[in-house]
Design a protein around this ligand. Structure first.
Ligand code: C2E
Ligand code: SIN
Ligand code: SIN
Ligand code: SIN
Ligand code: FE
Ligand code: FE
Length: 367
């Protein structure tokens, strides 16, 4: 595991738990800024919020200091927001859009900068995530990748705070965002998350889980691969088959996901942690990471395994083409009572029509 990946996991882990109980808007802003600074290895981070009424951008930099306001289209931040474009600027003082007023107010010299606009769920601009003065060298595209994750999480968090959303709703959306970030990184196509969620719901209902349990499973099953965020790119996106060594590293995504998610004691994230941990266990005990057997594997883990593999086999991956349906069904019959809970394989077969209509409804674009 490279240090970078471990660090990211640690930082996200730390801040999700820190931010979750916060209700004060300014408090949330500052914590998000701390997270951004750590993730980007930068000296400073400001989370800017659009104030549509007063046509300004404002940010809170520290306790006891009043928020700073600048005109809506002012500075490099204003540029990023009006153009809806992320930016890396490594010679800030020479940039024609730079607004020196903020540095004056904070008594600070900005040298390098990276800005990412934040949008709410209706694609409306709500602000920008800005980091300044990388501790070593210049900002690069790789830094941007990590900050995007922070920015999308922040956008969602702030949006929720703005709307004073229900706590549960925030969690759900955060989960979806994070799953999406992972999916994008492993270059998997659009609707994968939605399909896994929908398959899990069908199986949970057929199995007889309660409404509450079914709802929890539906929102948390797409999180099963969140640990892939800690897997180096060259392994995660390798076009061909893994070596044994590479696969050993790949397998750590289960424990890694568990570690990220188990920081929270809240219902949904707790379920998601269990699923991340157990989705590669096998009914016959030959799975990983623990080698659990039969009903030792949580029902959420057993269901997600079926949903995940059904979907993975039917999809193109960087390392293989999608399988035809007959071959997929043959595998499930062969693995009934081996890889998979036999009852769940029966339920899959009984509900095959529903599975196929879900697959059709959330089809991947252009493959
Ligand atoms: P994934 O692509 O989402 O696949 C999830 C699971 O679906 C796999 O878990 C496996 O149980 C099943 N699966 C997917 N494709 C195939 C297939 O062609 N044949 C069979 N028999 N089963 C398949 P597994 O094996 O534990 O892999 C976990 C993750 O590791 C995969 O998630 C993928 O991200 C990665 N991975 C596995 N093998 C390779 C590989 O050869 N090359 C690359 N680049 N990644 C791989
Ligand atoms: C700017 O974006 O030009 C001003 C903001 C700052 O330096 O903090
Ligand atoms: C994901 O769920 O985002 C990753 C891919 C998979 O489970 O097949
Ligand atoms: C791998 O090549 O990564 C191993 C594939 C598997 O055993 O599922
Ligand atoms: Fe997985
Ligand atoms: Fe998966």
């Amino acid at each position: 595991m490279n240090n970078n990946a471990e660090e990211i996991v640690e930082v996200i882990f730390e801040y999700i738990t820190k931010i979750q109980p916060l209700r004060e808007y300014e408090e949330i802003l500052m914590q998000l800024a701390h997270m951004g600074r750590r993730l980007a290895g930068a000296d400073r981070c400001s989370v800017w919020v659009v104030d549509n009424k007063n046509k300004t951008l404002w940010t809170k930099v520290a306790h006891g200091i009043k928020p700073i306001h600048i005109p809506l289209s002012s500075g490099i931040v204003g540029q990023a927001i009006s153009k809806k474009k992320q930016m890396i600027i490594n010679d800030v003082q020479k940039n024609s859009h730079f607004n020196a007023e903020v540095d004056k107010q904070t008594g600070y010299e900005t040298k390098t900068m990276m800005v990412i606009p934040m949008f709410n769920q209706h694609n409306k601009i709500i602000g920008a995530f800005q980091v300044m003065n990388k501790s070593q060298g210049f900002f690069e595209d790789a830094d941007m990748k990590y900050l995007m994750l922070a920015a999308s999480y922040s956008a969602e968090t702030l949006d929720a705070a703005i709307l004073a959303d229900e706590n549960d709703q925030t969690q759900k959306e955060m989960i979806f965002l994070m799953s999406e970030a992972v999916e994008k990184r492993s270059k998997e196509t659009g609707n994968h998350i939605k399909r896994v969620a929908a398959y899990s719901r069908v199986l949970a209902t057929a199995y007889g889980l309660s409404k509450d349990e079914t709802n929890i499973l539906e929102v948390s099953s797409p999180m099963h691969d969140i640990g892939k965020i800690g897997i180096p790119d060259n392994i995660l996106n390798k076009p061909g088959k893994h070596t044994e060594e590479e696969f050993e590293i790949m397998k750590t995504h289960a424990l890694l996901g568990y570690e990220i998610l188990s920081a929270s004691k809240k219902g949904i994230l707790k379920a998601a942690a269990t699923i991340a941990y157990e989705h590669h266990e096998r009914w016959n005990g030959n799975g990983y990471p623990l080698g659990l057997k039969g009903e030792e594997i949580h029902i959420y883990g057993r269901i997600t395994a079926v949903a995940d593999v059904f979907d993975a086999l039917g999809s193109d991956r960087c390392y293989k083409k999608a399988w035809p349906l007959e071959k997929i069904l043959a595998l499930f019959k062969e693995e009934r009572g081996e890889h998979f809970d036999p009852l769940l394989v029966d339920l899959l077969m009984e509900n095959l029509d529903t599975f196929l209509s879900i697959r059709d409804k959330f089809k991947d674009e252009s493959v």
